[in-house]
Design a protein around this ligand. Structure first.
Ligand SMILES: Cc1cc2nc3c(=O)[nH]c(=O)nc-3n(C[C@H](O)[C@H](O)[C@H](O)COP(=O)(O)OP(=O)(O)OC[C@H]3O[C@@H](n4cnc5c(N)ncnc54)[C@H](O)[C@@H]3O)c2cc1C
Length: 488
């Protein structure tokens, strides 16, 4: 099969039977028509349709090495600089479609799977079957153009003790049994975004495992269909209130559900396992395979698209109410421009300094991407803050579409006009600003960016530890020595 159309994505989804608890209801199918999901699901379908448009098909697809069919570019194993550029351009087309608001488009996990499959030999160290499994699984996802999500961290019960010790070891998802043809998983994982409408769930290694015997049942990597028997999701309250697009322009399109994942003795066949009981392998899962680098390449492209959107939005806002010329307003806009240019420079540097890794994959330089992923969680927090400050009371003078077309129409046109816009145009713009910086949807976006790659505090710790500072120490030491020689 080839790159899917939106219709094919929806057809597969309608045949899927995930168990989702949502607002007191248990849904076991019909996700594509459920009010909590139907709008975002249609946006995902649009992404798949883009793969078939005259404008984007050459960017979004390439020829599969096994089937000869066009398949998604995010599966492309980069060998040349052109491949890397093509991958980034494809990421950008999808990211632009949602102004960077969709964090879990298929290209995110596809990038990870591509890198994992290229490093099949690394998985084979533990067992040759694992190497074959990861390769076969990647090819399946590529050829069927499946949408994958992932779940990593154990439930947040008591972070002062290890995940393995929560409720006497009876809480975090773990292997409780191994039989002739697979493993059985019981317990929970904290979160999985888009789980109800993904095709597949990747249950990948959680935070650092210690390699002690107690950690063994918690050390695994596998993939299961999102409607595997015994698997259930507990969804948070939807932030898409099924309101008109005019009134909730972002939430009515891009609301990705987040769900707690419960494994009620889920059987995982061996052919879907990539690691079992090997903490050391699990700890190296992302770094040793370059998977984290390719995932970050996709993410920084997405956050660049999001920053472009914020810059466009703030410009329309400040022009609309005539505040462009004030210096503090310019200072805020300059902050957004600087962030955008920084992200672009990081991407460019990462691609320019790309090197072929030990598995023959042209891999972007991680240093600039790592800097970007450590910075953005904090930089993004400023954007809603700036929009709120500059939008001020205009963000509350935001009647709905029904008002614009109802008895208040004349008042809205007269009193809500702005320097550059009619009353109804201004309300439309300000509702978009509101959905970017004040609504529940915007709050979730800010939290999402903050925790996208994990807790920024612990990420900073890992960043500092992994960064080779010896040359810089030596440089300063040399200077100190030179100074003392000069004096003597
Ligand atoms: C919107 C959203 C969507 C998400 N989607 C997914 C998903 O699809 N798949 C997935 O696997 N995960 C997902 N996550 C989870 C995300 O990976 C975590 O939020 C992130 O790793 C931080 O972990 P935590 O939320 O458990 O925070 P915690 O670890 O519980 O931290 C809470 C607070 O306590 C502090 N703290 C806790 N422990 C320590 C410690 N040992 N040392 C120092 N400080 C500590 C932290 O600094 C933080 O301030 C999502 C999160 C959000 C918010």
């Amino acid at each position: 099969m080839a790159a899917r159309t939106g219709k094919e994505y929806l057809e597969r989804l309608s045949a899927s039977r995930p168990t989702v608890h949502i607002q007191g209801e248990t849904v076991t199918g019909g996700i594509q028509d459920h009010p909590a999901f139907r709008n975002v699901v249609r946006t995902y379908a649009e992404l798949y349709d883009l793969q078939h448009t005259a404008e984007h098909k050459d960017t979004l697809t390439y020829t599969s090495p096994t089937s000869g069919e066009p398949v998604g570019t995010s599966f492309l194993t980069p060998k040349t600089p052109e491949d890397l550029t093509k991958r980034r351009k494809a990421f950008k087309v999808w990211a632009d479609h949602s102004n960077g608001m969709l964090g879990r488009t298929g290209d995110y996990m596809n990038s990870s799977l591509m890198a994992l499959a290229s490093a099949a030999d690394w998985f084979a160290q533990a067992n040759p079957a694992f190497g074959e499994n990861v390769l076969r699984y990647y090819e399946k996802v590529r050829e069927e153009d499946l949408l994958c999500t992932h779940t990593l961290i154990p439930p947040q019960v008591n972070r002062s003790v290890a995940g393995t010790q929560q409720a006497g070891g009876k809480l975090a998802a773990r292997i409780v049994k191994e039989d002739d043809n697979g493993i059985v998983i019981r317990g929970a994982r904290m979160l999985a975004t888009i789980a109800p409408f993904a095709d597949e769930m990747l249950v990948f290694p959680s935070t650092v495992l210690r390699g002690t015997p107690e950690d063994k049942p918690y050390s695994y990597a596998f993939a299961i269909p999102n409607d595997a028997p015994g698997l259930r999701y507990v969804a948070r309250e939807p932030l898409d209130y099924d309101r008109p697009r005019h009134d909730h322009p972002l939430a009515s399109r891009f609301e990705e559900s987040d769900c707690v994942v419960v494994f009620d003795d889920v059987h995982v066949p061996y052919e879907r396992c990539f690691a079992i009981g090997d903490a050391e392998l699990c700890n190296g899962f992302y770094s040793q395979t370059s998977s984290v680098v390719h995932m970050t390449h996709q993410v920084v492209t997405r956050t660049t698209a999001k920053t472009e959107y914020i810059l466009g939005l703030v410009t329309l806002l400040t022009e609309a109410i005539g505040i462009e010329q004030f210096q503090h307003v310019q200072e805020d806009i300059a902050e957004i421009i600087t962030t955008l240019e920084m992200l672009r420079a990081f991407l460019r540097a990462a691609e320019a300094d790309a090197q072929v890794n030990e598995y023959g994959v042209l891999t972007p330089a991680f240093a600039p991407l790592n800097a970007a992923r450590n910075l953005y969680p904090k930089l993004y927090q400023r954007f809603p803050q700036i929009l709120r400050k500059l939008g001020a009371s205009g963000l509350m003078a935001t009647p709905t579409e029904l008002d614009i077309n109802g008895p208040a129409a004349e008042d809205i046109e007269a009193y809500l006009q702005s320097a550059t816009l009619t009353g109804s145009e201004r309300v439309r713009l300000f509702r978009l600003v509101w959905d970017t910086c004040i609504s529940a949807f915007s709050g979730r976006q800010a939290l999402y960016e903050y925790y996208f790659f994990g807790d920024p505090v612990r990420m900073a710790g890992a960043y500092v530890k992994s960064y080779d500072r010896e040359p810089y120490k030596a440089k300063v030491q040399d200077f100190l020595n030179r100074h003392s020689l000069e004096r003597s």
